[in-house]
Design a binder for this molecule. Structure first.
Ligand code: AMP
Ligand code: ZN
Length: 111
């Protein structure tokens, strides 16, 4: 756990979240500023700052498979999975996470 990491503190239960699903490896919770009717963040319980700083393919498999399972549990068929890597790509929280966005038409390319 990274002590001053927001998402590590959510995993630890020190900061509350609206849980959307969980398994032994990953936790999913609703985004505090939703950008779609369903906007869920999926994080690994182990701290990694970003996708480009992750060198653990098993962790990445947990994250992607976890996102798939949580989308299924939420009854989603069509959804977008987004990983923002780095500030210029919109990453604001430096604990690797995937956004599940669903419930409205999603345009391409994203802004
Ligand atoms: P990103 O910009 O890709 O790093 O995504 C970070 C996301 O975390 C943003 O969509 C924020 O709205 C969301 N967020 C920030 N703080 C919280 C929080 N305490 N609980 C839930 N979501 C949060
Ligand atoms: Zn963290």
């Amino acid at each position: 756990m990274a002590e001053n990491c927001l998402f590590c503190n959510i995993v630890a239960g020190a900061i509350p979240c609206q849980k959307a699903g969980e398994n032994d490896q990953v936790l999913a919770f609703h985004d505090i500023h939703p950008q779609a009717p369903t906007h869920v963040l999926v994080i690994h319980k182990t701290h990694t700052a970003s996708l480009s700083e992750s060198h653990d393919n098993a962790l990445l498999g947990d994250l992607l498979g976890g996102a798939r399972d949580i989308a299924q549990q939420l009854g989603l068929s069509d959804y977008r999975l987004v990983v923002n890597n780095g500030p210029q790509a919109g990453q604001t929280v430096f604990h690797l996470h995937a956004h599940i966005l669903a419930g409205r038409p999603l345009h391409w390319p994203p802004g």
